[in-house]
Write a protein that binds this ligand. Structure first.
Ligand SMILES: [Zn+2]
Length: 153
């Protein structure tokens, strides 16, 4: 019995501490935003992983194309102009995809940096908060809708 009593007392204390934290977080509205940011940050981290893998695959594929290029250098391409065209097309396509994947990866990294600096969700141009709906649709957005519009015009 002497052992059980202090344990019960401890549990009671912990519950009380938890209740205090809850009150605090209700008072500070920024706590709620942090939870949202944490969720978006998770998404950004996943996206960074996915894009990195994609980029590696594109690089591997283009390296393979280079290798097959060297192998067929002696066998005249003129006999197969269609092959050359399709290979050039594949190369161009990979280059374009690679560029857009890299561009997206840069955006994701910039957004992740902002989560670390505590400026995530704030517009880089005007400093006003970016609407939550916009962040949910585009978690890597660094500009508010107004500034983005102005930039694209
Ligand atoms: Zn703005």
């Amino acid at each position: 019995m002497a052992v059980r009593t202090p344990v019960r007392a401890k549990t009671k204390k912990r519950t009380k501490a938890k209740a205090q934290t809850a009150t605090k977080s209700r008072r500070r509205t920024s706590r709620k935003l942090s939870a949202d940011v944490a969720k978006l940050r998770d998404w950004l981290l996943q996206e960074r992983e996915r894009l990195s893998v994609e980029l590696q695959e594109i690089e591997r594929r283009s390296a393979r194309l280079d290798e097959s290029d060297r192998a067929t250098e002696l066998s005249a391409y003129e006999d197969h102009p269609a092959d050359l065209a399709s290979e050039t097309f594949e190369r161009e396509k990979d280059l374009a995809i690679g560029e857009s994947v890299q561009g997206m990866l840069n955006k994701v990294n910039t957004a992740l940096e902002k989560t670390e600096l505590g400026t995530y969700g704030t517009c880089d141009a005007c400093g006003r908060p970016i609407k939550k709906a916009r962040l949910k649709a585009l978690p890597f957005a660094t500009l508010c809708l107004n500034c983005q519009d102005r930039l694209e015009r």
